[in-house]
Design a protein around this ligand. Structure first.
Ligand SMILES: C[S@@+](CC[C@H](N)C(=O)[O-])C[C@H]1O[C@@H](n2cnc3c(N)ncnc32)[C@H](O)[C@@H]1O
Ligand code: SF4
Length: 442
């Protein structure tokens, strides 16, 4: 691992460490690993339910998520039928799982029609029972797929957080992002969401687009805040291989650090608190918490349904294969829809975690958020103090002014949050970094 002080001379935008190990560290598992013994060992009382919908109305120039556009109806219904089969297989395999949290992501889950959404929720209830009242359930939308009937249904179905990708309120900027988006469509969608009144409404914005200035960024921030979202996710632009922007060799602007600080200070002044480098939450927002078990992202399992979804047991992280190019994605979707029920009983692509990976995952997932890493929790989880595993890293973070440490917790400073996308990857093991570097994207 390189010295942090040297690392700080490099680009601070090394990667978004929202999960560890990163999916580009996954590999074919040969032979495939039977899932039942792994899930049998898990505590099934506070799982995370994730469902991936890999469809969108357009492929945005910046986006490398696992998704495709203009699927024919046959593909969408075959996909949803396969998700239902996968749920059936998992519910047969697991002894009364309880979901403490759920998310519908993509792609764009609101790409589905109202009747497809109704069938999907019916199938979830059929296989796992309805989500318990108050379970935090998040659902992603895009401006042109928001319709009042769909949102009314989702609210009724228990969705507690509706998220919309806005990226920018300026047509010129969304054009530069490869996502031309009519302001009328955008404002109309935001009005419908605001009226439907979900407990949590989230807006995603991107900063660092070429041509964006502090003034245009301020305009987007002010327009976003005028809709009173409880949460805002601010993403620094990354230009990734095989995306529309990547193929045109468009780079993010040099203004990202400055735009980040501008947005942070503005949102703090508007009553938001900073939860992570990207997430800001209004201080008065009451974010639904499950009355029953609370999912703990450092420790608890996640079951992902659909192609592109990841699943986590304690030792095994797995998913379908991953691609960004259209032909690679279509091949994976074909493989998924043609999978036998037996295929859902094994993991054939993923990563087995070592003890060291567990320590790193815990540290990364804790330290990049407000509140940081609580020493007693780490001790309870692993039976020894964090300093035993990461003494040198902690000293370096403190010496560089990026973290502070006391007897209760280790947490990032304001400057540390700004360097989250460097600190996260810096904490990856050399084995995982090596695997990520060797990954060949299709
Ligand atoms: C699943 S998408 C959001 C939902 C919906 N599909 C939409 O686009 O409106 C998740 C978010 O990740 C962010 N994002 C995706 N790729 C990005 C990139 N290369 N750079 C910065 N942000 C990115 C965008 O803000 C996007 O809204
Ligand atoms: S940003 Fe959203 S709408 Fe655009 S391609 Fe990605 S997932 Fe689809």
């Amino acid at each position: 691992m390189s010295h942090l002080a040297t690392k700080l001379l490099e680009d601070p935008y090394q990667g978004y460490a929202y999960g560890y190990p990163h999916k580009t560290a996954y590999r074919p598992l040969e032979p495939a690993i039977p899932l039942q013994p792994h899930w049998e060992k898990e505590d099934l009382s506070s799982l995370f339910f994730y469902l991936h919908i890999p469809f969108c109305e357009m492929r945005c120039g910046f986006c490398n998520l696992f998704t495709t556009t203009h699927p024919n109806e046959g593909l969408v219904s075959a996909y949803l039928n396969t998700v239902a089969r996968q749920m059936q297989t998992m519910s047969d395999m697991l002894d009364t799982p309880r979901f403490a949290q759920a998310a519908f992501g993509g792609g764009t889950p609101s790409f589905l029609s109202l009747s497809e959404l109704e069938t999907l929720f019916k199938n979830i209830s059929k296989h796992f029972g309805p989500f318990e009242k108050g379970t935090p359930i998040s659902f992603e939308t895009s401006p042109s797929t928001v319709e009042p009937e769909k949102l009314a249904f989702l609210k009724e179905a228990g969705v507690t957080r509706l998220s919309i990708g806005v990226q920018s309120f300026l047509l010129e900027e969304t054009k530069a992002l490869g996502r031309p988006q009519k302001p009328e469509t955008l404002h109309h969608a935001l009005e419908i969401i605001a009226k439907t009144n979900f407990p949590v409404f989230n807006i995603d914005l991107i900063y660092g687009t070429q041509g964006q200035t502090p003034e245009t960024w301020q305009s987007s921030l002010e327009q976003a805040v005028s809709y009173h979202p409880q949460e805002l996710f601010l993403y620094p632009l990354y230009v990734r291989p095989l995306t529309g922007l990547g193929k045109k060799e468009r780079l993010p602007s040099d203004l990202r650090p400055e735009l980040y600080k501008q947005a942070r200070d503005f949102l703090l002044s508007k009553g938001y608190e900073q939860i992570s480098m990207r997430l800001f939450r209004h201080r008065e927002a009451s974010v639904p918490q499950n009355q029953g078990p609370i999912h703990c992202c450092q420790e608890d399992g996640m079951i992902g349904f659909g192609a592109g979804a990841r699943s986590y047991t304690h030792d095994l992280h797995y998913s379908s294969e991953y691609a960004v190019g259209r032909s690679g994605i279509m091949e994976i979707l074909k493989h998924y829809t043609e999978s036998s029920d037996e295929a859902f009983k094994v993991a054939d692509y993923g990563c087995l975690l070592t003890k060291d990976d567990h320590h790193r995952r815990y540290l990364i997932k804790s330290i990049l958020r407000k509140g940081g890493l609580i020493h007693q929790d780490y001790q309870n989880e692993f039976g020894h103090p964090i300093a035993q595993d990461f003494g040198s890293e902690i000293t370096q973070l403190i010496d560089c002014g990026l973290a502070t440490n006391n007897s209760y917790h280790l947490h990032l400073t304001a400057e540390g949050f700004a360097y989250s996308d460097l600190i996260g990857p810096w904490l990856f093991s050399s084995n995982i970094t090596g695997r990520m570097e060797q990954y060949e994207l299709v």
